[in-house]
Ligand binder design. Sequence first.
Ligand SMILES: *[C@@H]1O[C@H](CO)[C@@H](O)[C@H](O)[C@H]1NC(C)=O
Ligand SMILES: *[C@@H]1O[C@H](CO)[C@@H](O)[C@H](O)[C@H]1NC(C)=O
Length: 213
Amino acid sequence: MAQLILFLLLVLITCNTISIAYPTGAPISACQSMKPGHVGVYPQSKPAPYIMKINSSLYQPGKPIQVQIQGPPYRGILLQARTYSKPTLYGTWLEPPNNTKILACPENTLGSITHSNTNFKDQSTTYIWMPPDSSCPNVLFFVATVAEAFNIYWLGVRSAIIFKDPAVGCSNSVNTGQSVFLAVNSGTAWQPALIPVMCLQLVLFLLFGHFEP
Ligand SMILES: *[C@@H]1O[C@H](CO)[C@@H](O)[C@H](O)[C@H]1NC(C)=O
Ligand SMILES: *[C@@H]1O[C@H](CO)[C@@H](O)[C@H](O)[C@H]1NC(C)=O
């Protein structure tokens, strides 16, 4: 009996935790890790069915680059421009396409884009990125977490590399790089509203399954 109550309590706590939902976009806490943080839900280990398409392999200040994600329709997204072995988010996202929004990560408040609802986005969803004016790394790439559904997502979906156009200037002052402040916050999720319902059903099942005469 005591064990059952303990178990129910655990289920309730878990359900309550994962009910803190992010159907309206990735949270600030995902800025660095890019992990949705679904409780008990792990990224897919098989290769992502997504290809990130970009319209240029060179970048230069003032010239926007277009990014599209080809593959099955997806519901959740967190998209950033990065370079190797640095936590810096580069550049800024312009006008977010329908069903998406800017995620104001600390230090680069325009450097991430995420979903604003769980409607499907697809390969016609076009993200426009403006390169930085200074501290341009020699190479950049776009990287995304793409969620097809609450429990199906891929981390580290990457574009091809984009090189800094050697023909144009970009001041290389070191201090304007915008690094991400890391706040670890596990136990929260981007998720459709279904989960609380499932949790409630689980709790009811456990209660009534065990207490029924
Ligand atoms: C890529 O797309 C952007 C936005 O549509 C456009 O402004 C830019 O000129 C394009 N670049 C190339 C190299 O086609
Ligand atoms: C975005 O949504 C608006 C309003 O629903 C619609 O008029 C517009 O055509 C949509 N744009 C795209 C690119 O789908």
